[in-house]
Design a protein around this ligand. Structure first.
Ligand SMILES: Cc1cc2nc3c(=O)[nH]c(=O)nc-3n(C[C@H](O)[C@H](O)[C@H](O)COP(=O)(O)O)c2cc1C
Length: 308
């Protein structure tokens, strides 16, 4: 049964297609992670890492809504040197065969290059994900990921220093044309794409007349963004050759099949973990029966059909 759901992407040989998305499990040490069955994960994407330690945004950082989650956690992490000297070695030691994806963030192109190079050289990650949703400090705080030229240039600069470690570019949905950005990443030499990151949102508390999040606006994710994510995965799968890690509102085995039908080659889960910290293993366990029911031999067969 397990064979049907195994997938292979650049750098990632996964027993199943499911991985916790960046920001969900910290570095394997997030609150509640002691209850996670890491051996049943296909892979794990760790928290976005920046050159120096970064503290989070003002509280509250999380708002649970009816059909999703709003977060303004920010890029809370201890900085790349501590991640390499402390966080990743512990994770590797505890889970030696689990494919690990490092997530790279920064406030300038040079910062992305620095973090990516250090993570790649550490030998502790199997792949890298470039979180281009970070604000571009030099250009008024607009996210790097909305500018195709910047995405191409960062991707190329990172690829120049990361050797054989595959680089996935994580796309933000907060753009007019996702295909243009995906093609820019491909032109820059990306080995894969990861999409979508959170959708920029805002909610108010009617009594206090203040935003529900301490930082004002925040990233919205969960069930409500699923149709948007599936649409973008579909568009990108038909416009580039790159393998895709699909994400956005996935919480069932049927959702996984739907993302594969749209063109994903693996999937990541974020918001679903607020309901079930073992969402990935639970979905992985259900997938073979759902594939049987739908007359599908393997997930890989689905992705191949989309690309042919
Ligand atoms: C609490 C929280 C923290 C997140 N932190 C990061 C992060 O550090 N880096 C990143 O690339 N994405 C981050 N994300 C986005 C997720 O990785 C994922 O791409 C997005 O939430 C869509 O998936 P979902 O609908 O399953 O949540 C975060 C999401 C949540 C909910």
């Amino acid at each position: 049964m397990t064979k049907q759901i195994a997938v292979e992407l650049p750098g990632l040989k996964m027993k199943n297609p499911l991985m916790p998305a960046s920001g969900t499990f910290g570095f394997g040490d997030a609150w509640g992670a002691d209850k996670v069955n890491f051996d049943e994960l296909g892979a794990l994407v760790v928290k976005t890492t920046t050159p120096a330690a970064t503290t989070g945004n003002p509280q509250p950082q999380i708002a649970m809504l009816n059909d999703g989650v709003m977060n303004s956690v920010g890029l809370t992490n201890p900085g790349v040197d501590v991640v390499i000297s402390d966080k990743l070695p512990k994770l590797r030691q505890q889970h030696p065969v689990l494919p690990l994806v490092g997530s790279v963030g920064g406030a300038s192109k040079d910062e992305y290059v620095l973090v990516a190079q250090k993570l790649a050289k550490s030998g502790l990650v199997d792949a890298l994900e470039l979180n281009v949703s970070c604000p571009n400090v030099a250009h008024g705080g607009m996210s790097f990921g909305v500018d195709p030229q910047m995405v191409e240039s960062i991707t190329r600069a990172v690829k120049d220093v990361t050797g054989t470690v595959p680089v996935y570019v994580k796309l933000t949905p907060n753009v007019t044309d996702i295909v243009e950005i995906a093609r820019a990443a491909e032109a820059g030499g990306a080995d894969g794409l990861s999409l979508i990151n959170t959708v920029l949102g805002l909610r108010f508390n009617l009594k206090t007349r203040q935003p529900v999040l301490g930082n004002g606006m925040g990233g919205y994710s969960g069930t409500a963004i699923k149709p948007l994510a599936i649409r973008m995965v579909y568009q990108v799968a038909h416009a580039t050759e790159l393998p895709i890690i699909g994400q956005g509102g996935i919480e069932t085995a049927e959702d996984v099949v739907e993302f594969f039908l749209a063109g994903a080659n693996a999937v990541a889960l974020g918001a679903a973990h607020f309901k079930d910290i073992n969402a990935c293993p639970h979905i992985a366990a259900k997938l073979p029966a759902v594939l049987d029911q739908l007359g599908i031999n393997s997930l890989t067969e689905l992705s191949e059909q989309v690309r042919n």
